[in-house]
Design a protein around this ligand. Structure first.
Ligand code: IVH
Length: 680
């Protein structure tokens, strides 16, 4: 394509994509399918790479991120970002209204909005182009997080319609519950502590150095104030209506009224709707609508005198501590959990509350059988916010953190950085072993969906698996008939689960199919701390094979974009451990991919992904050597014969049942020489 033509096409695509974004994220009425949208974006990114001279800083391709910010520059706010004065009582709202009435000598019009529980942002536009986005900081100066903010789809990069040339909008960035749950699930998979609540996840996200990671976090932004010369109206509500036309998202939950009754009705409605909203709010904001009236009322150093926030109090209940139990996670972290007398709170029955770690137990001063205040605030899991010391039984002992692992008895160690206690017996502690295997088979890792937590438990309890590589040597005879008795609890009766033939066959088949899983997911499946899906992909693409990663040192790892010190340390120490190296070798021998498909293996495609089962003994070659030959020639070595197997290589004493099955399924049986001829 010629440069002139490319310039026109880039401009045209940008215009289309901006419009479709607006239709989708602001108007909720897309005109094209996600696929068609992706195709337009892909074409734009390709053209911008080819003709970088035409790439615009506000191109819709900025939505996918890619810019890296090492240190966020500090920027002074043109207008300070104040906070709101808070109240928890309706009387104080009445007092606020009386003061306003007295000073204005009339009843003003109020705008009532939700108080979003996220992170405040100020975004400036010059000539309709997003120029800069700055966090609140200390109210006077904040951090320039522009590159990260540009990835948020509900923030327009270019304004539409009749917008003021010079504009600053302020609003709240937040993570809806669904996105929050997804991010935490991903963090747990890589051994990272989950975020306690969506607000923490949001502030963590907008300060990430790599904007392409921010782009994958489903952040949203609602605009709640508008500043600038030449605004179309002299009142807040009316300007919000205009802002929607320029491309901003404003809240769907807003009312304008000059009646205090209606203000209270809004507060009550929202308090009632709060549990069902898909995002967190912590109250309602009441603002005087008219700007000249706002000016008359003025501001204190901290907050405007024309607005007040009515905060919902966290829902609380009192319950009795029955016991504290301790859970051991995949990475060995021991988390204390309070078992409580069931109590109803915010529409659910609470029986347990997280105690997070030893420091929290100490800070609360928790004693046995204490009466505690349970709270459901922004955090997903209810927490204990206070102890009723006055109700404590005389002589009750303080709760001390356990010193030995509740699962394997190993003395616990403490990770000062994370204020966490952990069991160092990674190889021998059952929940850690099972947790690693569960991670290995999980959907985004090896995706062996014929296995699951319960089945892993049965295989483990019956001594069949100790690590992921053991899965690949399982045969039907190892699995069929295995069982476990689950004791009854409360209303649940005792039950025995055992593997029938079909289940067993599915398990073997699922494990075999996982040999097709690409290397980047195998790398993620290994469960190296801090190596999530994205990092695994980066490492796989950069190094091409596990051997290159094993021999990489700390310095060559941190040189890679996206890989920091912490990840590099973790990768190096993982592959220093002989047990992990042996795990890799055993997985490799089983046929699990240890190289990217486009890497070194590309030249060796003699066997073109054909699958082989090796059975019996061979003179001059060990079975592992033959399996390595299969792999190094682009084939796959698998353990069980099925209709999908291409060849059986049979040596002396090859299993008679395997031979018979091969004949049955019409699978060619090769001698060692046949095989060597094939690859020569
Ligand atoms: S107005 C001068 N409106 O609450 C006051 N703030 O304590 C400007 N917030 O930092 C703020 N929802 O992050 C306003 N509808 C809303 C809000 C809101 C949430 C946050 C904002 C601010 C804090 C004020």
């Amino acid at each position: 394509m010629k440069a002139e033509e490319a310039k026109k096409r880039i401009a045209d695509l940008s215009r289309q994509i901006h419009r479709h974004n607006h239709n989708y994220y602001i108007l909720s009425s897309p005109e094209i399918s996600d696929y068609e949208f992706d195709m337009l974006l892909e074409e734009l990114i390709k053209l911008e790479n080819e003709f970088p001279q035409f790439a615009d800083p506000n191109s819709p391709s900025k939505r996918v991120g890619g810019d890296i910010t090492k240190d966020f520059p500090t920027v002074e706010h043109r207008i300070p970002m104040l906070s709101l004065s808070n109240t928890y009582s309706e009387e104080e709202i009445q007092a606020f209204d009386q003061r306003v009435f007295k000073e204005l000598e009339m009843h003003p019009e109020y705008v009532c909005e939700l108080k979003y529980d996220g992170v405040a942002i100020s975004i400036s536009y010059e000539g309709g182009q997003l120029a800069r986005a700055v966090t609140r900081g200390d109210g006077t100066k904040g951090d320039d997080v522009t590159a990260n903010i540009k990835t948020i789809r509900s923030i327009p990069l270019q304004l539409q319609g009749h917008f003021p040339a010079d504009l600053e909008v302020r609003g709240e960035i937040f993570l809806p519950h669904e996105g929050f749950a997804r991010i935490n699930a991903e963090r747990e998979e890589i051994g990272e502590a989950p975020f306690a609540n969506p607000r923490n996840a949001t502030s963590g996200s907008i300060k990430l150095q790599d904007s392409s990671i921010v782009a994958r976090r489903p952040l949203e932004c609602i605009i709640y104030s508008i500043h600038g010369a030449n605004l179309p109206n002299t009142s807040h509500y009316e300007n919000l209506v205009e802002a929607r036309k320029w491309g901003f998202r404003t809240s769907d939950f807003v009312i304008k009224s000059d009646k205090l009754d209606e203000v209270f009705a809004f507060i009550h409605d929202m308090a009632e709707s709060r549990p069902a909203l898909p995002f967190d709010i912590d109250g309602v904001v009441i603002k005087v609508n008219d700007y000249p009236q706002q000016d008359i009322l003025g501001s204190t150093a901290k907050s405007p005198r024309w607005a007040i926030a009515y905060k919902f109090s966290a829902e609380q209940a009192v319950s009795k501590l029955l016991s504290v139990s301790y859970q051991v996670g995949r990475t060995g972290t021991v988390t204390p959990v309070a078992n409580l007398e069931p109590v109803s709170l915010a529409g659910t029955t609470v029986k347990r509350a997280s105690l997070h770690n030893a420091d929290i137990i100490e800070k609360l001063g928790l004693h046995e059988h204490d009466y505690v205040v349970v709270e459901k605030g922004g955090d997903i899991i209810p927490k204990i916010s206070a102890v009723k010391v006055e109700a404590r039984t005389a002589g009750a002992d303080p709760i001390g953190f356990i010193s030995k692992c509740p699962e394997c008895g190993t003395p616990l160690k403490r990770d000062e950085d994370k204020a966490a206690n952990y069991c160092p017996n990674a190889r021998g502690c059952p929940p850690q072993i099972k947790g690693r295997i569960e991670h290995f088979i999980s959907r985004r890792a090896m995706d062996i969906d014929s296995l699951g937590e319960g089945k892993i438990d049965i295989l483990f309890e019956n001594g069949k698996i100790r690590d992921p590589a053991d899965l690949y040597i399982l045969e039907m005879s190892d699995i069929q008939g295995l069982s476990k008795v689950y004791p009854g609890e409360g209303e649940k009766k005792e039950r025995t689960v055992s593997f029938k033939e079909k289940t067993s066959r599915n398990i073997i088949e699922g494990i075999r199919e996982s040999l097709e899983v690409p290397f980047e997911r195998v790398l993620f499946a290994l469960g190296i701390r801090y190596v999530g899906e994205t990092v695994a992909k980066t490492l796989a693409e950069h190094f091409g094979s596990i051997d290159h990663i094993i021999s990489a040192d700390h310095d060559s790892l941190v040189e890679i974009h996206e890989i920091g010190e912490r990840i590099a340390d973790s990768v190096v120490s993982f592959f220093k451990d002989p047990e992990n190296l042996s795990l890799v070798d055993r997985l490799r021998s089983a046929g699990v991919k240890m190289e990217t498909d486009t890497g070194d293996t590309q030249q060796k495609t003699t066997l073109a992904s054909r699958s082989f089962v090796v059975s019996g003994t061979f003179s001059g070659y060990s079975r592992d050597e033959i399996k390595n030959l299969i792999k190094s020639n682009g084939g796959k070595s698998i353990s069980a014969l099925s209709g999908k197997t291409d060849y059986l290589i049979a040596g002396e004493n090859a299993g008679p049942s395997k031979l018979a099955k091969a004949v049955d399924l019409g699978i060619p049986v090769l001698s060692l020489q046949d095989f060597l001829d094939m690859i020569s």
